[in-house]
Design a protein around this ligand. Structure first.
Ligand SMILES: *[C@@H]1O[C@H](CO)[C@@H](O)[C@H](O)[C@H]1NC(C)=O
Ligand SMILES: *[C@@H]1O[C@H](CO)[C@@H](O)[C@H](O)[C@H]1NC(C)=O
Ligand SMILES: *[C@@H]1O[C@H](CO)[C@@H](O)[C@H](O)[C@H]1NC(C)=O
Ligand SMILES: *[C@@H]1O[C@H](CO)[C@@H](O)[C@H](O)[C@H]1NC(C)=O
Ligand SMILES: *[C@@H]1O[C@H](CO)[C@@H](O)[C@H](O)[C@H]1NC(C)=O
Ligand SMILES: *[C@@H]1O[C@H](CO)[C@@H](O)[C@H](O)[C@H]1NC(C)=O
Ligand SMILES: *[C@@H]1O[C@H](CO)[C@@H](O)[C@H](O)[C@H]1NC(C)=O
Length: 434
């Protein structure tokens, strides 16, 4: 299975939906453009993107009371698990800073506007660009004389931290490590080491957005995600960078520790899990990967939940139950933990103004994501753990695919949330996908 191809396919399908329905663009603050910093010292550390280019980040300086606080966000964008898909990726913005936009929009949790991001607006904020194809966790390379690929995500992570420490990170008072999708997964993998770089008296926490990739059984009864990650861990030399207590516990299948659900109980730093229970990426790649639906029975349902038959809806409800099951002990037992698991067909909700905090943003118990995350981070609520009722109960979703006709078609009705997050107010539509 080649991720790039799958992702492009899905992107194409999603874009098709977008073109057809073209929902109204959201007005308001478009976010701030922040320029790229290449990590010059990375070469000395052997920290390169897939193609050998230097890694990079974008830093927006904090101010006022936030000057000593730091928020780091891992960029997401799928993975490459074999030489062919990594070679393809090395020629794109997912594998090389050469092809990346040199500015990115900082919105949602990265916004510097107090009314759009009340708890973190004045922090130092960093977006770590993703160019290694393995959630910043590989350490290996491939060479055969004619082509060379660097699998150096772990070194990129270290190089960026070493670059930021003298810029003030070393004196952080508060810090939050976050990320979305493949970057959300990175937060599970790097949370405790992040803590180890910072002052002992700093308040350090981590939050994954859409990174809780489940060790799912797909609709053909295969563990497609598990096979995929096993190949990825092996190709990119990830195993040695996984939590050793976890890999010991999971011997002889240490690569399972790449899955959040298995490594979670070994993480000591306070953790927040933000995820849609019907995460669209996981729906399309974990529950119903193309390999599990070669006849195409799921094609319509995958693009329009309203078109799913009862059997398919049952599988989706089963997926939600499995996610909640995997989170149950965290929900019950983690004292410093938080969560927001809503029943939406979405993927990544913290980096966009309209899902992070807006009059129409997703809510559980009438609380926005920004509110629950802030309550958790600052200890304003000791039980910042929200779980939604099952689909189709939630009328506040920003679904990436049409779901529950009533709210999709009533998008312009007053008091209703508009649908079609595909029209989200971001500059680069590809960043909306995975
Ligand atoms: C902050 O966002 C609010 C709400 O969108 C907007 O009215 C205001 O102009 C923004 N402030 C700045 C400084 O951009
Ligand atoms: C090296 O690997 C690349 C990527 O798989 C392949 O295209 C190329 O043919 C290989 N070269 C040799 C000499 O095997
Ligand atoms: C941590 O300790 C250092 C050195 O004593 C001090 O300067 C700093 O203010 C402390 N930070 C916090 C968050 O208390
Ligand atoms: C999935 O499982 C079916 C049987 O349930 C098997 O025939 C098929 O080869 C498997 N496909 C993959 C991609 O593992
Ligand atoms: C592994 O577990 C031991 C005992 O609980 C603990 O002291 C140690 O810090 C853990 N190591 C890591 C890398 O988490
Ligand atoms: C979704 O499917 C339903 C049921 O088949 C159909 O009525 C509706 O028009 C579809 N919506 C879109 C946006 O394709
Ligand atoms: C939900 O919260 C908003 C403020 O964010 C408040 O105005 C509204 O009355 C609340 N609605 C309910 C049903 O509690």
């Amino acid at each position: 299975m080649k991720t790039t191809r799958l992702l492009d396919l899905t992107t194409a399908m999603v874009l098709l939906v977008y073109v057809v329905f073209s929902p109204p663009l959201v007005s308001g603050d478009q976010g701030r453009l922040v320029s790229m910093t290449l990590v010059r010292d990375a070469a000395d550390l052997g920290a390169f993107c897939l193609d050998g280019s230097l890694p990079a980040y974008h830093l927006d300086r904090g101010f006022g009371a936030g000057s000593d606080n730091w928020l780091l966000q891992f960029e997401g964008g799928g993975w490459c698990n074999d030489i062919a898909s990594c070679s393809d990726r090395a020629k794109t913005r997912r594998g090389s800073t050469r092809f990346m936009s040199k500015t990115v929009v900082f919105s949602g949790i990265l916004s510097n506007n107090a009314s759009l991001n009340p708890d973190f607006y004045n922090w130092n904020k960093v977006r770590l660009r993703y160019c290694d194809g393995a959630s910043f966790a590989g350490d290996s390379q491939f060479g055969n004389g004619t082509s060379l690929l660097y699998f150096r995500g772990q070194r990129i992570w270290n190089a960026i931290i070493l670059d930021l420490l003298p810029k003030g990170l070393a004196n952080a008072r508060k810090a939050l490590l976050t990320g979305c999708s493949a970057g959300g997964l990175s937060t599970f993998l790097h949370c405790d080491t992040f803590t180890s770089y910072l002052p002992e008296n700093a308040s350090v926490k981590c939050m994954s957005d859409a990174g809780f990739f489940l060790d799912a059984i797909d609709v053909a009864a295969n563990r497609t995600m598990r096979s995929f990650y096993t190949q990825l861990v092996s190709l990119q030399g990830i195993q040695k960078n996984l939590d050793p207590n976890c890999t010991n516990a999971f011997y002889p299948e240490p690569s399972l520790c790449f899955f959040p659900q298995y490594v979670l109980r070994f993480i000591k730093t306070p953790f927040f899990i933000l995820n849609s229970a019907y995460d669209v990426f996981q729906f399309h790649h974990g529950l119903v990967p193309p390999s599990a639906d070669q006849t195409g029975h799921w094609n319509r349902c995958k693009l329009n939940v309203t078109a799913c038959n009862p059997h398919q809806l049952g599988a989706l409800q089963g997926f939600r139950k499995d996610i909640l099951g995997a989170l149950m002990s965290f929900f019950r037992d983690s004292s410093g933990g938080g969560m927001f698991i809503n029943s939406c067909f979405d993927h990544c909700q913290s980096a966009l103004e309209e899902t992070w905090l807006s009059p129409t943003s997703p809510r559980i118990h009438n609380k926005t994501i920004a509110e629950v995350v802030g309550d958790w981070y600052f200890g304003r609520d000791k039980e910042a753990k929200e779980i939604d009722c099952p689909y189709p109960c939630d009328q506040t979703c920003h679904n990436l695919i049409p779901a529950s006709t009533t709210d999709f078609l009533a998008s312009n009705a007053p008091g209703q949330n508009y649908r079609g997050t595909l029209g989200r107010s971001q500059a680069d539509p590809n960043d909306l996908i995975w």
